[in-house]
Design a protein around this ligand. Structure first.
Ligand code: FE2
Ligand code: FE2
Length: 178
């Protein structure tokens, strides 16, 4: 963990200047400052990222429902039932994220991220696995940002979601023999 910024700068620009960065570097985007040592973010940008996570959760729930119904082959019988459980859990994540966003003073969105489909069962599970890997990396980033903002309750809730995404990844990886 890098050294903490003094005080509580109101803007990301102020944070850049605190770091001695008079111009925005290439890795500065949308209020998020990325560095290997620490990650700082404005509350507004954090809420926007949570809303994007929410859209991914809605997308994942829809994708799992479709995949559970269409996956075929005896070797996928068990995972088919598991996909329905995943779908319900993604909706629980959406509820949790919506409450977090409200508690932080934002408004939860209703957007649904792009869904992936295929006529090949194995490909569907590969798509689901890729979705879980993306979710895991997004939530790890979000947990670091919650920590930087001092939002420890939100961090805890995000950690609970992350643990479940890791379980989903395990289910899919095991089925795919990875
Ligand atoms: Fe999820
Ligand atoms: Fe998941």
């Amino acid at each position: 963990m890098g050294k903490r910024f003094p005080g509580n700068p109101k803007s990301s620009k102020a944070l850049c200047e605190t770091q001695g960065l008079s111009k925005f570097p290439m890795w500065y985007t949308g209020g998020v400052i990325r560095s290997k040592k620490r990650m700082a973010i404005t509350k507004e940008a954090f809420i926007a990222e949570l809303n994007h996570d929410l859209a991914y959760e809605f997308g994942a729930a829809v994708q799992y429902v479709q995949h559970a119904a269409t996956v075929t082959g005896a070797e996928y019988d068990a995972i088919s039932k598991e996909l329905i459980i995943h779908s319900n859990e993604e909706m629980m994540h959406a509820v949790s994220l919506s409450n977090m966003i409200c508690d932080l003073g934002g408004v939860p969105g209703v957007d649904v991220e792009e869904r992936q489909t295929s006529s090949i069962s194995k490909e569907m599970l590969e798509q689901d696995l890729a979705g879980e890997e993306l979710a895991i990396s997004r939530y790890k980033e979000r947990i670091a940002q919650a920590e930087a903002l001092g939002e420890y309750g939100v961090r805890r809730l995000l950690e609970d979601i992350l643990m479940m995404e890791e379980e989903h990844r395990r289910d899919l990886a095991n089925t795919l023999g990875k």
